[in-house]
Design a protein around this ligand. Structure first.
Ligand code: F6R
Length: 239
């Protein structure tokens, strides 16, 4: 894994954008895997600025990692809405080329995985949970898992309560998520993390054993991973 440590969130976002820009500049029809959450918002702002500077995303395709179960697409809390508000509405991507998983059945999971197997993700953007989850692959998820329905852990629901009026009872209990096996198929992975509350997960991901106890440790087996951190998220790394 290539690890880049930055002074702060803004520098992390700018460095992460440099990694995406390298791809965008050579492949106008690149396939991006995208994440929601607070970590990539600054990166998406950089992508929006690139569009304002003249770059066109009209042939870019995107596939998101995950979505809550039981929340309508149009709901302000849905990950679809998050992507629309934080990226899609401010760039010229064709909304028909954007994909966010949806549903709660095995057939829904299979449909998303089938759609993914028809393309090849050039670059997958990831954040990381405090418990080391990537996508919503919680600790203990087998590494070969494909798109599946997940029971969210208490820890994840607590962490995400900030998007639900700080009320954990409002946070859905399930999500549909690409599996670790799905994520590992992407050609390149770009993981961004900031803040002290991510430091343990980052240490486990990079320096810990490759073990399902830390889902992100699976990335040690991927040939092309770039991890962009702020100082606080990197603070427990020994090297
Ligand atoms: C989001 C996702 C999650 C988040 C993780 C970190 O689509 O799959 O794995 O990346 O929970 O969330 P933030 O960035 O809000 O700390």
């Amino acid at each position: 894994m290539k690890v880049i440590v930055c002074e702060n969130y803004d520098e992390m976002s700018a460095k992460a954008f440099e990694v995406i820009k390298e791809l965008l500049d050579v492949k106008k029809d690149a396939v991006l895997g995208l994440a929601t959450g607070s970590s990539p918002v600054g990166l998406y702002k950089e992508m929006i600025q690139y569009h304002k500077d003249g770059y066109s995303y009209k042939d870019i395709k995107s596939y998101n990692l995950d979505e809550y179960v039981g929340i309508d697409r149009k709901d302000p809390q849905s990950y679809y809405t998050f992507m629309y508000e934080n990226l899609f509405k401010d760039i010229d991507i064709d909304l028909n080329n954007t994909h966010v998983p949806y549903g709660n059945t095995e057939a829904d999971c299979k449909a998303y995985e089938d759609a993914l197997s028809e393309v090849s993700i050039d670059l997958q953007v990831l954040g990381i949970g405090q418990n080391g989850h990537i996508g919503f692959n919680e600790p203990g998820t087998p590494f070969e898992t494909l798109t599946h329905i997940v029971d969210l852990t208490e820890n994840t629901r607590e962490a995400n309560a900030r998007f639900f009026d700080n009320d954990i009872n409002k946070v859905p209990t399930q999500a549909i998520s690409m599996g670790i096996g799905t994520i590992m198929k992407s050609k390149k992975v770009l993981l961004v993390a900031n803040g002290e509350n991510k430091a343990d997960a980052i240490k486990a991901m990079i320096e810990g054993p490759i073990d399902t106890a830390c889902a992100a440790s699976a990335l040690q087996n991927h040939a092309d991973v770039v991890v962009v951190l702020d100082k606080a998220a990197a603070s427990k790394l020994t090297k």
